[in-house]
Design a protein around this ligand. Structure first.
Ligand code: PBG
Length: 361
């Protein structure tokens, strides 16, 4: 029953639930009892703007664009090689000829660019394949640059794929030595730039690497080569499938003396600030979905593009559920990418780049 004597500031409501209707009244008294929380219903009905797809599209706050996706690709020696990576369906180790074919499709889909990871012929203590002028990534860059002058080429700058022990730098006394590793990173970056990289992306987490790389690039005439710093990179369980793909698992210990503790958000901001001050043109948070809070903070704090890497484990986890029929592929993919973008990442490195671009296309 509606109470006609209720004050004008109260609202009648009629609710239909499971075949029954309920009639009631929200009153000012109720409002006050609820600690002056505003109860604007029924003036406000959020569902008005959800009534149809045209309406939802009109009010959508975040939009994904293929131009913001970076596709990670793995290049290996040989010819005609397209070796599937078991834990990452749809991803392969590709020889240079196959890589060139793969990039034709990527370019046609309008994705922002590719990031290259190399699997060298031989690994050694000095990571020499990382900075060799005729290293696997350097040769791949030359082939790609001449085939697709307009495709944005990014390289991951790190040593773990090239060292016999699988650590990201020079090992002294069972630990990665920071300052001598900087020389390898600087040399790799210059060799990548010389071979055609538009952007170098150091992922090693040594202190001072951005400054060292910037200085080396400039000294060699590569002032225009940009640096995308993996600024806040965590020692994450979600890199597991990548290490199979890049054959880069550490042979002893782990990466916790150089990659960040997943518990530390304020420290992540300091890492980003240091890379920013050393001259990083863009800053990355990695992994993405478990660190959305830090993507948001970085976006609000630094006046440079923010990237996020939806890493191998994030991809494999979704794919495994999709393969079991537990998740819908396209919806889960787009929702995961949307969350990363909404958090503040303008650039997303993702193994979904091709399929997401196709879907958005
Ligand atoms: C190299 C590097 C790694 C990834 C990107 N660059 C592996 C690692 O740090 O162990 C992981 C990417 C992914 O999981 O998709 N250091």
């Amino acid at each position: 029953m509606l109470d006609s004597a209720a004050p004008a500031t109260s609202w009648p409501y009629k609710l239909h639930l499971r075949g029954q209707s309920f009639i009631g009244q929200t009153t000012l008294g109720a409002k006050q009892r609820y600690n002056r929380i505003q109860m604007p219903f029924p003036v406000h009905r959020k569902r008005r703007l959800r009534v149809s797809e045209p309406m939802r599209r009109l009010v959508r706050e975040s939009h994904l664009d293929p131009a913001q996706f970076i596709l990670p690709l793995f290049v290996c020696p040989g010819e005609g090689i397209r070796k599937p990576i078991g834990s990452m369906p749809g991803n392969f180790q590709l020889s240079i000829d196959e890589l060139v074919k793969e990039c034709e499709g990527a370019q046609a889909l309008g994705i922002g660019g590719i990031i290259l990871f190399g699997i060298p012929d031989v690994k050694d203590d000095a990571a020499s394949g990382a900075y060799a002028e005729d290293g696997i990534v350097q040769r791949a860059l030359r082939a790609l640059k001449s085939a697709y002058p307009k495709l944005l080429l990014i390289t991951d700058v790190c040593n773990c794929e090239y060292t016999s022990h699988g650590h990201c730098g020079k090992v002294i006394d069972q630990d990665v030595d920071n300052d001598s590793t900087l020389e390898w990173l600087a040399a790799s970056s210059v060799s990548h730039a010389r071979a055609g990289a538009d952007i170098v992306a150091p992922s090693d987490m040594m202190d001072g690497r951005v400054a060292a790389i910037r200085a080396a690039l400039d000294k060699n005439g590569f002032q225009k080569t940009a640096i995308l710093a993996y600024a806040a990179k965590f020692a994450s369980a979600f890199y597991g499938p990548f290490r199979e793909a890049a054959e880069s698992a550490p042979q002893f210990g782990d990466r916790r003396t150089y990659q960040m503790d997943p518990a530390n958000g304020r420290e992540a901001m300091h890492e980003m600030e240091l890379d920013f001050e050393e001259g990083a043109d863009m800053l990355m948070v990695k992994p993405a979905m478990p660190y959305l809070d830090l993507i948001r903070q970085a976006h609000d704090r630094f006046p440079v593009p923010i990237a996020a890497y939806q890493v191998s484990g994030e991809f494999s986890m979704l794919m495994a559920a999709v393969e079991r029929g537990w998740l819908e592929y396209e919806r889960a993919m787009i929702e995961s990418l949307t969350s990363i973008h909404r958090a503040g990442a303008g650039i997303i490195l993702t193994y979904f780049a091709r399929d997401a671009a196709r879907l958005l296309g």
